[in-house]
Design a protein around this ligand. Structure first.
Ligand code: MTE
Length: 326
C-alpha cells in the first residue's frame, strides 16, 4: 500500500545514514562482545522475534518501501524508546526486559457478541489475510511522535471474518498478563489494574486505517513493540494502540479501558489526536518528532487534528463535541 503519510517532518537523510553506520559499527562491536560473553548475546537475540513460518513466508513476499522513505524514524529509536508498562514505567524498560517474553505459541480468545467465537492461533488469524506495509505517523499523548512502517493486516478484515452480531457496538482488546515474564505487572509503582485494556467503537474498528500489526520495518515485531500482534490506530494517541493482544471481545456497552479508568480527566475513551484539547501535563499543540532535529534535537512541529488523518476519519465524529468526547 502506498504511504498514507502526506506531510510530516523529514528526518534528514544524513542523520539516518549516520545512524546506520553507527548500527553497523555496533554490530561489529556486538559480535566482538559475543566472543567474550555468550550469555550477553543470548539476551540481545531474545528481544527480536523471528516470527512463525506463516508470518515469515508472508513477509518474504512483501517489498517494503520504508528504506526509501526519508521520513521514517530509524528502527532502533522505535525499539528502544517504548511504552509497555507490563515491563516497567521507563522508556527503556521494554527494550531491557521484554526479551524474556514468550510469544510462541500465541492464542487470541474471541468472545462476546460474535458468530465465530473461539481460541485462535496466531497463524490462523493471519493466514488468510493480505499483509501490508503501512507507513503511519504515530503520536503519543506525551507529545512525542515517530513515523513507523508497520506491517500488518487490516483490523476490518479480521472482524468481518469473525462475524460480530449487529448489536455489537464496540470491540474491546486485552493484553497478555504473564507475571513471570513481565516484571512491571507485579510492581506497586505501576497502578494499572491488569490486563491492559483498550477498545474502539465498531465503526472506528472497521475503518480501513485501523491495523493489526504483526511487524515493523519489514520484520516481525520486536517484543518491546508488542509482538506478536498489536493494534495500530494512527489518528488516536498511542495508548489506544494496545500491544501483545490475547483477547478480542465484542460488546454492546462501551468497554472499560486502562488509562481512561485510571485517570478519566486526563485520558478520554476516544483519545483522538487533537491540538485544541490539552492534557493537564502536555500541551497537545506541538510534538517532538523522534529522533528530533534542531538544537539538541529539541525542535518541535505542529500537531495536526486526527494526527493528519482528518480527511479520512473526521466523518466518524460528525456532530460530536470533541472537547467533551476527548
Ligand atoms: N500496550 C500495552 N499492553 N501496555 C502499554 O503500556 N502503552 C501504550 C501503547 N500500547 C502500552 C500499550 C502507549 S502509551 C504507547 S505510546 C504505545 O503503546 C507505544 O508503542 P510503541 O512502543 O510501539 O511506540
Amino acid at each position: 500500500m502506498p504511504s498514507i503519510l502526506k506531510e510530516c517532518h523529514v528526518t534528514p537523510r544524513e542523520i539516518f545514514l549516520n545512524r546506520r553506520r553507527f548500527i553497523q559499527g555496533g554490530v561489529s562491536a556486538a559480535l566482538a562482545m559475543t566472543a567474550l560473553s555468550g550469555a550477553r548475546h543470548a539476551v540481545a537475540d531474545d528481544r527480536a522475534w523471528s516470527g512463525t513460518p506463516v508470518l515469515r513466508e508472508k513477509l518474504s513476499t512483501l517489498s517494503p518501501a520504508w528504506e526509501r522513505d526519508d521520513r521514517v524514524t530509524p528502527p532502533q529509536y522505535h525499539r528502544e524508546y517504548a511504552n509497555f508498562y507490563e515491563f516497567g514505567p521507563n522508556k527503556d524498560d521494554p527494550w531491557e526486559r521484554a526479551g524474556q517474553l514468550t510469544v510462541e505459541p500465541w492464542k487470541v480468545r474471541v468472545d462476546g457478541l460474535v458468530d465465530k467465537p473461539g481460541d485462535y492461533w496466531f497463524d490462523d488469524l493471519i493466514r488468510e489475510a493480505a499483509l501490508e506495509e503501512r507507513i503511519y505517523r504515530f503520536r503519543c499523548v506525551e507529545a512525542w511522535s515517530m513515523v513507523v512502517p508497520w506491517v500488518g493486516i487490516s483490523l476490518a478484515s479480521v472482524i468481518k471474518r469473525l462475524q460480530p452480531h449487529s448489536d455489537a457496538r464496540y470491540v474491546a482488546f486485552e493484553t497478555a498478563v504473564k507475571r513471570d515474564e513481565m516484571p512491571g505487572v507485579s510492581r506497586a509503582l505501576v497502578r494499572i489494574d491488569w490486563p491492559y485494556r483498550e477498545g474502539l467503537r465498531m465503526d472506528e474498528a472497521l475503518h480501513p486505517l485501523a491495523l493489526l500489526a504483526v511487524g515493523a520495518y519489514g520484520e516481525p515485531l520486536y517484543k518491546a513493540n508488542g509482538a506478536p500482534i498489536r493494534l495500530v490506530v494512527p489518528w488516536k494517541y498511542g495508548f489506544k494502540s494496545i500491544k501483545s493482544i490475547v483477547r478480542i471481545h465484542f460488546t454492546r456497552e462501551q468497554p472499560e479501558t486502562t488509562w481512561n479508568t485510571l485517570a478519566p480527566d486526563e485520558y478520554g475513551f476516544y483519545a483522538n489526536v487533537n491540538p485544541e484539547v490539552d492534557h493537564p501535563r502536555w500541551s497537545q499543540r506541538t510534538e517532538r518528532r523522534i529522533p528530533g532535529g534542531g538544537f539538541l534535537g529539541l525542535s518541535r512541529e505542529e500537531t495536526l487534528p486526527f494526527n493528519g488523518y482528518a480527511e479520512q476519519v473526521a466523518g466518524l465524529y460528525a456532530g460530536m463535541d470533541l472537547r467533551r468526547w476527548y
